[in-house]
Design a protein around this ligand. Structure first.
Ligand SMILES: [Zn+2]
Length: 318
């Protein structure tokens, strides 16, 4: 009996500890963005104040699984919204691993045509699991609770379109949350930046995920002047063979007093955005944790709403 009681108390203690860790990891009414350290590739997890999880890209290998295990709450196996910016291996590979292990509720992609076995597998799993798949197009908004995802690029549907350089098929998203903005650019290069500039979208964002791993082919002068970021995040791996981030990009950013954080230097990078009423944005830097205090209204901390979108585009054809 004593043995049984001891065993019972041990189990209870383990569960209490795990539950405390789970509570500790909850963002408590704040928006958290984790730029995951997946080496040379992009992978970003957004945790909304309503506990929705958005995953943008998956990096080049299985390191995404370890990274997600470290930031997601214990036993969390749902991804509410997945975005594939474009189907290059350094963005898609980890997403395929997620599709095999997590329940994914909806997926957004550019729809571009690209011949690659891993892209084929990605699409095959989505079809076999019957996951809603949507084609991104500018002027469409997606809302997850208090978070707004404004599609900036592609300007028109790229479904089934072949392109020479699919970096320029990247889905570009401007996230808005109570007056704060973060711009996610995938690997979009200056050609895309210039197209977006011509349309005249509001691109202002406190945080910019610099395009194409900090390559000199992205982050043009005019584009940076329009976005006016306070902070640029560069997702690139240590000693990568492309020489990312390029010195030209770093110079353009420092010239504009933009703070720079990169995965190769800082490891995983977390940004927290709260909705407290403040006149100015405050950036607190603690190693790789950055806190933004926006100037928006105070919102109720937990008002879960179902995933909604403003307009519908057809899913992938057979
Ligand atoms: Zn890339």
């Amino acid at each position: 009996m004593t043995k049984f009681l001891g065993f019972f108390i041990s189990i209870l203690t383990i569960f209490s500890v795990l539950f405390s860790v789970h509570l500790w990891r909850l963002p408590r009414g704040r928006l958290m963005i984790d730029f995951l350290n997946v080496g040379q590739g992009d992978a970003i997890l957004i945790t909304t104040p309503d506990q929705n999880h958005i995953l943008i890209d998956g990096g080049p290998d299985q390191s995404l699984l370890t990274q997600l295990g470290e930031v997601l709450p214990f036993l969390q196996k749902n991804i509410d919204f997945m975005v594939l910016t474009h189907p290059h291996a350094d963005h898609i590979f980890g997403l395929v691993e997620i599709l095999k292990r997590y329940q994914v509720k909806a997926i957004l992609f550019s729809g571009v045509n690209y011949s690659n076995p891993i892209y084929d597998e990605f699409l095959r799993i989505i079809q076999s699991q019957n996951i809603p798949l949507y084609v991104a197009r500018a002027n469409e908004d997606w809302q997850l609770g208090a978070i707004n995802l404004d599609i900036v690029y592609p300007l028109k549907s790229l479904l089934g379109i072949s392109m020479e350089n699919i970096n320029n098929a990247s889905v570009v998203i401007r996230l808005g949350y109570k007056g704060n903005h973060v711009l996610f650019t995938g690997d979009a290069e200056s050609q895309v930046e210039n197209e977006i500039l011509k349309v005249g979208f509001n691109l202002q964002a406190e945080v910019l995920k610099a395009g194409h791993h900090g390559s000199k082919t992205a982050s043009g002068e005019d584009f940076l002047d329009k976005v006016k970021p306070s902070l640029a995040i560069i997702q690139c791996g240590k000693d990568n063979s492309f020489g990312h981030p390029h010195t030209e990009t770093l110079n353009k950013l420092t010239k504009r007093d933009v703070s720079i954080k990169s995965n190769d230097q800082n490891g995983r990078i977390r940004i927290t955005i709260s909705s407290l009423q403040k006149k100015n944005h405050v950036i607190k830097k603690q190693s790789s944790n950055i806190m933004f205090k926006g100037r928006g209204e105070v919102v109720s901390q937990r008002s879960p709403k179902p995933l909604s979108r403003v307009r519908f585009l057809p899913p992938l054809p057979d």
